[in-house]
Ligand binder design. Sequence first.
Ligand SMILES: Nc1ncnc2c1ncn2[C@@H]1O[C@H](COP(=O)(O)OP(=O)(O)OP(=O)(O)O)[C@@H](O)[C@H]1O
Ligand SMILES: [Mg+2]
Length: 330
Amino acid sequence: MSAEPLLRVENLRTVFRTSGGEVAAVDGVSLEVPRGRTLGIVGESGCGKSVLSLSIMRLLAHPGRIASGRVLLEGRDLAALSAAEMRAVRGRDIAMIFQEPMTSLNPVHRVGFQIAEAIRAHEPRASAAELRERGIAALKRVRIPSPERRFDEYPHQLSGGMRQRVMIAMALACSPKLLIADEPTTALDVTVQAQILDLLRELQAETGMSIILITHDLGVVAEMADEVAVMYAGRVVERAPAAALFEDPQHPYALGLLGSIPRLDEERERLLAIAGAVPPPFALPKGCRFHPRCPFAEEACRAEAPLLREVVPGHAVACRRAPVEQSLAA
Ligand SMILES: Nc1ncnc2c1ncn2[C@@H]1O[C@H](COP(=O)(O)OP(=O)(O)OP(=O)(O)O)[C@@H](O)[C@H]1O
Ligand SMILES: [Mg+2]
């Protein structure tokens, strides 16, 4: 494995223009994804996970834009590419799958046509016969039974799990180096969710692709991610190898998230739930953005925003208290 990560995001800031002025939904995020590895990004609703992934893909809808920072894919800054250059990167180098496969597949076109279009976007000279063959191969690759028959069906003829497999097949049709999966299994029931996660893991082992996996679900992260970034109000507040995060969470927000995992071995179903919600980008508190919800907040936390700093090698935390010895739950 090369030392240079596949993707390096540096100090990325993404803003939206609102009636009240510009607000940053992603505010100084830095992270790395090594080749062949999975980065999990977790955080509650509204913390900026999707805006971050859309920024990396350069798929932000107006009035969103990248205000500053770099998105280096193999050293090339995607944030600085033209729209045409970026179209060539999308699909070929980076692909994305979303939460709700029904809204991402076009209901009026057959599944096979949509896969063929995804391939043709990057290989305009492929013949119809080649596209069909490659499309069927793509369906086979994501373990869809009777791929020849499915190729000619419409999205509504497929189950939710099958549609998500089709989305994965489309995303992987041109063998991207990086797959961004934004809540890829939340809409699916637990059994199907486990199958899709298994599939992603198998495909990663086959292809060596890197994955950014965005989820609310810490159970999914524990199972899938090598490294985890915890986001809060547009920032990364903790970043660590997955095992280290689960064994030794440092940020009070991470502790809170972990505490809200249902523990079957405990009498109480929930150990801790964090009161309140993520503040929207137009109403951020001064100082540490988590302080209004933090059980440990002190005067200094209200005054000054803590920087993300390494407290143990490989484990970075944006909290004045870090490093702390014992967890909240103890
Ligand atoms: N087009 C937009 N204009 C203004 N604000 C936006 C826009 N898109 C997103 N935001 C705001 O940016 C913040 C981050 O949103 P984002 O969708 O990235 O959250 P998320 O972490 O993906 O949440 P979820 O878990 O619900 O998917 C939210 O406060 C959201 O309201
Ligand atoms: Mg989202």
